[in-house]
Design a protein around this ligand. Structure first.
Ligand code: HEM
Ligand code: HEM
Length: 196
């Protein structure tokens, strides 16, 4: 095995994790704003969102495992989990570590969402916007591939989409459909655990 294999694994899985996190946030906003229509009840819409979330966590874990196993720039367990513990681009890496904790909080609270107050779940869920921002800063500061044109175009395109959906969700027509403002079970598509 090439001595840099794990480093390549870490980089490829990092890019995949970032793309999946971005898609999870965008799909979540599409769900919350009922962009597919108020009467769309297909359970696969939520299932796909759940799947994207779980896949994001999986790829972040692969990303971290790749860094741990790599002998090119060696990361210890504390370097992986404690911000500013590593001497390798500490600030750039810290953004990724904090993003990882936010992702864990969003995912774990979602797995037990039926057992915790809806407001608590939703407040934590909204921190995934911060997760997107932090992981994008992390990509641009830490990534060896950050100067790559395709990756830059993807990052800029994602920011445009995010801004559009964000305005649509919090200022535009999507606002009235949000979990925060509606609170009415009748508006929830069947199969949505929030509507239970
Ligand atoms: C088991 C995992 C997850 C479940 C069950 C879940 C569930 C949901 C549900 C039901 C909604 C729609 C809320 C509504 O109807 O108004 C939603 C929205 C959303 N989700 Fe998730 N989600 C999960 C994971 C994730 C992850 C990992 C992310 C981010 C990386 C994420 C980001 C979002 C965002 C940004 C919204 C829109 C929130 C809003 O604008 O109010 N979700 N999620
Ligand atoms: C939500 C969590 C995370 C996401 C989405 C993410 C994503 C990324 C992305 C997209 C890159 C650029 C890859 C490249 O340019 O080829 C990267 C690089 C990197 N990440 Fe993360 N990361 C996350 C968490 C972490 C954590 C917890 C660590 C812990 C140390 C970490 C350490 C690194 C390092 C050292 C690099 C540089 C590798 C390179 O040269 O490209 N990341 N990450």
């Amino acid at each position: 095995m090439n001595s840099q294999t794990w480093w390549f694994v870490a980089r490829a899985s990092g890019i995949t994790a970032w793309a999946l996190a971005t898609l999870s946030v965008l799909w979540g906003m599409a769900l919350a704003t009922r962009v597919f229509g108020r009467d769309v009840t297909a359970p696969w819409l939520l299932d796909l969102h759940r799947f994207l979330g779980a896949l994001t966590v999986t790829f972040v874990v692969v990303h971290m495992a790749g860094l741990f196993l790599d002998q090119y720039v060696h990361f210890s367990l504390s370097d992986l989990l404690v911000p500013y513990s590593t001497t390798w681009r500490p600030e750039a890496v810290a953004w990724g570590i904090v993003a990882f904790y936010v992702l864990l909080a969003v995912e774990l609270t979602s797995l037990v969402m039926k057992r915790i107050p809806k407001k608590v779940w939703h407040t934590i869920h909204l921190s995934s916007f911060g997760l997107y921002v932090m992981s994008t800063i992390h990509l641009l500061l830490a990534g060896t591939d950050a100067p790559n044109l395709a990756l830059r175009v993807a990052a800029i395109a994602s920011m445009g989409l995010m801004l559009f959906f964000f305005l649509y969700r919090f200022i535009g027509p999507g606002k009235v459909e949000s979990v925060k403002t509606s609170g009415k079970a009748a508006r929830r598509p069947a199969g949505n655990p929030l509507g239970a």
